[in-house]
Write a protein that binds this ligand. Structure first.
Ligand SMILES: C[C@H](O)[C@H](O)[C@H]1CNC2=NC(N)=NC(=O)C2=N1
Length: 118
């Protein structure tokens, strides 16, 4: 166990259940011996899937917290967990929400009241 890990323990199963109530459609999955947050996103083609993966990369770099990403035509799977604790931390839930926000920005049309639409 690293010193960072001792300072920041993984959430308990009960805490994970509580945090996950605020997320939309993220699965809590067991991966080897750790709980992880997992979601599959649908994209129209490989290029936009790659764009999404690149945006997640920028997000990950800005927080120095990095997910697993699986990219294939029409789909991007994202898995968040904290390696150093081999489990979930509040930051993983924050990153999951931010990933959803990126997906919405990328796939949903501009708000009708934006300047461009006037
Ligand atoms: C030093 C650096 O911040 C750490 O190695 C970070 C990098 N990105 C990370 N990402 C994730 N998901 N878990 C970590 O424990 C982790 N550690």
């Amino acid at each position: 166990m690293s010193s960072h890990c001792q300072a920041t323990k993984a959430l308990t199963a009960a805490e994970v259940a509580d945090y996950s109530r605020h997320l939309d459609s993220w699965e809590i999955a067991q991966q080897v011996d750790a709980l992880v947050l997992k979601k599959s996103y649908h994209l129209n083609n490989f290029r936009v899937g790659t764009q999404f993966a690149n945006q997640i990369t920028e997000l990950a770099e800005s927080y120095q917290h990095h997910p697993e990403i699986r990219l294939r035509w029409g789909e991007v799977d994202v898995i968040w967990f904290t390696h150093s604790c081999n489990g979930l931390r509040p930051l993983d839930f924050k990153m999951a929400q931010k990933t959803d926000d990126l997906y919405c920005q990328l796939t949903q049309p501009q708000a009708p009241h934006s300047k461009e639409a006037l």
